[in-house]
Design a protein around this ligand. Structure first.
Ligand code: ZN
Ligand code: ZN
Ligand code: ZN
Length: 124
């Protein structure tokens, strides 16, 4: 599984129906797949522009010569790290170690944000 255990998009399709929440940032509808749709997540709300991956690789895995499954980009500092399907789970470790709350998928064609503290998942 990727991300937090029960969350994932590619690895495990969300089984809850998409709930349309807000129409404003990113020019499209936010759809909260997980979390309480009536309570918006301040962390994701604070992201005005999604930071893309600088390099399509996990910086930490590259350092140790490991590999990864999917990539996520921290929206606080811009580091790109691997998801929880990857053996090193660097994105989650980074979020826990730094309290950087929001990651974006760095996978081509995937447009979503995930907030760790709120367990909120938003497509954009
Ligand atoms: Zn949040
Ligand atoms: Zn990694
Ligand atoms: Zn970060």
């Amino acid at each position: 599984m990727c991300g937090i255990a029960s969350f994932t998009f590619r690895c495990q399709a969300p089984n809850r129906e998409h709930l349309i929440v807000n129409v404003h940032r990113f020019g499209v509808r936010h759809r909260i797949v997980k979390g309480n749709p009536m309570e918006s997540c301040a962390h994701i709300e604070a992201v005005s522009t999604v930071t893309p991956a600088k390099h399509h690789e996990c910086e930490e895995c590259v350092k140790i010569g490991s590999n990864w499954v999917h990539l996520r980009t921290c929206q606080t500092c811009g580091v790109t790290l691997c998801c929880d399907s990857s053996r090193n789970r660097h994105a989650t470790k980074h979020a826990r170690a730094t309290s950087h709350p929001v990651i974006a998928s760095a996978e081509p064609g995937e447009r979503w944000l995930y907030c760790y503290p709120d367990d909120a998942f938003v497509e954009y």
